[in-house]
Design a protein around this ligand. Structure first.
Ligand code: DGY
Length: 319
């Protein structure tokens, strides 16, 4: 008998096909808000669950998951939507999807950097709304990236991929991280150990922090004040790492020139203060959203589920 796998959201076609072939699937196809009760209702005889970052798997829910369910896989590298402590305590194995999304997410960060520097969101809106007055020497001037300093906060695999891309745009790249990386991983980036020195040197700050209590509101008024006036801020990590009120105030004062945001603290809600600001680029959490990457994420999640069902300990196990 094939093991039953309950899947909360619609999967890319190749992933769905593999699930159909290898499992006894229950596809909930939830769109919009996650309802824990609809997941719990579907768990009879289930061996594994596949969730996404849009599904909050809190301790209270974990406590009600039947003991036959052995694995919780998440279609994401981030795990801040899952109470890992509760999962460990209840013996529920958790797997995620690291590495395969690094390049796509770095591409999204680079996209936001370019859009902020060259005002392309604003320009596109002007064209579509018939507001473009025509070419003039001073119309909608942005700022060049060439020779500017990109500061990468959090130098995991996404940060490392972004460093290589930014070097291709002739940017100087620096990074700040808990630890200095080996030279091969640093690539073109220079480590700045002191946080204040790092912040003061950035023309563009790209944030790549995980979510969770330890990083909540990392970008706060005190750190914003240490950034260079006119800095560009980009976030493709987790929305919770930015104090949005503080960033909105800094955008309004001009302390921050522009911001590119792919993630928000309570998605899909956008902090309303951003919506009126032309210098803010807002994306709907598209970091890993390519056909290739989402397929690879699904396959890696399934590899993890199958490995644990076979009694193995896969490298993408996080609890
Ligand atoms: C992740 O994998 O955590 C991303 O945020 C999804 O794009």
């Amino acid at each position: 008998m094939k093991p039953r796998l309950v899947v909360t959201r619609t999967m890319p076609a190749p992933v769905a096909a593999r699930i159909e072939a290898a499992f006894d699937p229950v596809f909930l196809d939830i769109s919009g808000r996650f309802d824990p009760e609809s997941l719990l209702d579907a768990l009879d005889h289930a061996a594994a669950i596949l969730v996404t970052p849009a599904d909050r798997i809190e301790a209270g829910l974990i406590a009600r998951i039947p003991v036959d369910v052995k694995i919780l896989a998440t279609f994401s590298v981030g795990t801040d939507h899952i109470d890992l402590v509760a999962a460990r305590a209840s013996g529920l194995a958790v797997v995620n999807t690291p590495d395969v999304l690094s390049f796509a997410t770095a591409e999204a960060a680079m996209t936001l950097i370019l859009m902020c520097a060259r005002r392309t969101g604003e320009g596109e809106r002007a064209v579509r709304s018939g507001q473009w007055p025509g070419w003039t020497p001073t119309y909608m001037l942005g700022t060049s990236l060439e020779g500017k300093t990109l500061g990468i906060l959090g130098m995991g695999r996404i940060g490392q991929a972004l460093a290589r891309m930014a070097a291709g745009f002739s940017m100087r790249v620096i990074y700040h991280n808990r630890n200095r990386l080996a030279a091969a991983q640093e690539g073109p980036a220079t480590y700045i150990a002191d946080e204040a020195d790092f912040l003061a040197a950035c023309d563009v700050l790209s944030i790549h922090l995980p979510g969770g209590a330890a990083t909540r509101h990392w970008l706060n008024p005190a750190r914003l004040a240490k950034l260079r006036p006119g800095v560009i801020v980009v976030n493709t990590g987790r929305g919770s790492t930015i104090d949005d009120d503080a960033l909105i105030a800094a955008l309004k004062s001009g302390q921050v020139r522009a911001a590119g945001l792919d993630v928000f603290p309570a998605e899909p809600t956008i902090p309303p203060g951003y919506l009126d600001l032309e210098q803010v680029v807002l994306l709907p959490h598209l970091g890993s959203a390519t056909e290739e990457t989402r397929t690879a994420m699904g396959m890696l999640a399934l590899d993890g589920i199958e490995a644990i069902l076979a009694g193995q300990d896969p490298p993408n196990r996080v609890a």
